[in-house]
Design a protein around this ligand. Structure first.
Ligand code: NAD
Ligand code: UDP
Length: 345
């Protein structure tokens, strides 16, 4: 299978490229490097010993997309490209809606014109909103998002579901029935076990694991824990942290599934086991061999107390489940961070 990864130089895309290549599939990548480096793709080639076709392009550039899709003729597109910083999306909502929604609409138009009909999309557990109670199942109603980034995921899911409905009707204009797989990620963390690729956030990390990793390596002096007065056993929020290589392998299964099925299917990609913020601090301290210093701060606006997956549907239908535990997650995150203290720089 030939797969085209938009945003494939980024954190999840680069790990998925490794998993696809190792499963024997071919990979082409489109990225505008808004939040990544071409170095990540070189390292994917180093890990796998395979070549990747790399295009520097913006997914919202219709002419370029037509040219690349025409040249590559992929069997399946996995659409990672997007802006993803929650806080920044509150400051720059127009830029977030423009980038994230435009790239999906442009890709759909180009796919339709090029006869490509298999699409896997990077969605997020954030679409469950604040009112559902975990474990989240795919049949729960989508909730109210707390920021523009979350709404872009919510809206892209809707656009893709509507396009799939039209794309399975004879008059939809699609040359082949459209197949859409919506993957709702929980909290992707960790790195490839080689330590050659990993998460490389620009500026001050927003997310817990890269922040802890930078404290561990001495780039920041302590972690601030956002609230210890939640209604949980240790008072801190709980999340479903999933090893990025487990997530990557979930994409291989999802792309293979998209090839053989029609329709729009939603899958959670999570472990089903929550960890608290303080639980993650302790696990990372074990992995790096010293205590991560932290202090308790106020709650962060927009945080939900609890979020974790019911991971049963992906296991039943895709035959996929997360295999790596919290100690492997922290070991691999530390291996990446300690060997690349400044990321790909
Ligand atoms: P990332 O920022 O590392 O990767 C996204 C990539 O897309 C980057 O390489 C960036 O340069 C590229 N990009 C952005 N806009 C583009 C455009 N218009 N054209 C071409 N390239 C563009 O992020 P990631 O963590 O790898 O996330 C991948 C996807 O998964 C994103 O859509 C993100 O919203 C989604 N997601 C991520 C998480 C997470 O915690 N990391 C959780 C849920 C969903
Ligand atoms: N968190 C924290 N300090 C930080 C970053 C995050 O205490 O510097 C907490 C955050 O409040 C949340 C959890 O860690 O409870 C996971 O946050 P992250 O941003 O990684 O994921 P999300 O909240 O988007 O699921």
């Amino acid at each position: 299978m030939k797969t085209l990864l938009t945003g494939g130089a980024g954190y999840i895309g680069s790990h998925t490229a490794v998993a696809l290549l190792e499963a024997g599939h071919d990979v082409a990548i489109i990225d505008n490097f808004a939040n990544s480096s071409p170095e990540a793709v070189k390292r994917v080639e180093l890990i796998t010993g395979r070549q990747v076709s790399l295009y520097e392009a913006d997914c919202a550039d219709k002419d370029r997309m037509m040219e690349i899709l025409g040249k590559e003729q992929p069997d399946c597109i996995i659409h990672f490209a997007g802006l993803k910083a929650v806080g920044e999306s509150v400051e720059l909502p127009v830029e977030y809606y423009r980038n994230n929604i435009d790239s999906t609409l442009t890709l759909l138009e180009c796919m339709k014109a090029s006869g490509i009909s298999r699409f896997v999309f990077s969605s997020s557990a954030t679409v469950y909103g604040e009112d559902n109670t975990p474990p989240f199942t795919e049949d729960m109603p989508k909730g109210v998002c707390t920021n523009p980034y979350g709404w872009t995921k919510w809206m892209q899911e809707q656009i893709l579901t509507d396009a799939q409905l039209a794309g399975c009707r004879e008059k939809g204009g699609w040359k082949a029935p459209l197949s859409v797989v919506l993957l709702r990620y929980f909290n992707p963390v960790g790195a490839h076990e080689s330590g050659l690729i990993g998460e490389d956030p620009q500026g001050i990390p927003n997310n817990l694991m890269p922040y802890i990793s930078q404290v561990a390596v001495g780039r920041r002096d302590h972690l601030t824990v956002f609230g210890d007065d939640y209604d949980t056993p240790d008072g801190t929020c709980r999340r479903d942290y999933i090893h990025v290589m487990d997530l990557a392998e979930g994409h291989v299964k999802a792309a293979e599934y998209a090839l053989g099925h029609e329709g729009a299917e939603v899958f959670n990609l999570g472990t089903g086991s929550p960890y608290s913020v303080l639980g993650m601090v302790e696990a990372f301290s074990r992995a790096c061999g010293h205590q991560i210093p932290y202090e308790i701060g106020p709650r962060r606006a927009g945080d939900v107390q609890d979020s974790w997956a019911d991971a049963g549907k992906a296991k039943r239908i895709l035959g996929w489940e997360a295999k790596r535990g919290i100690d492997e997650i922290c070991r691999d995150a530390w291996n990446w961070q300690s060997h690349n203290p400044k990321g790909y720089e």
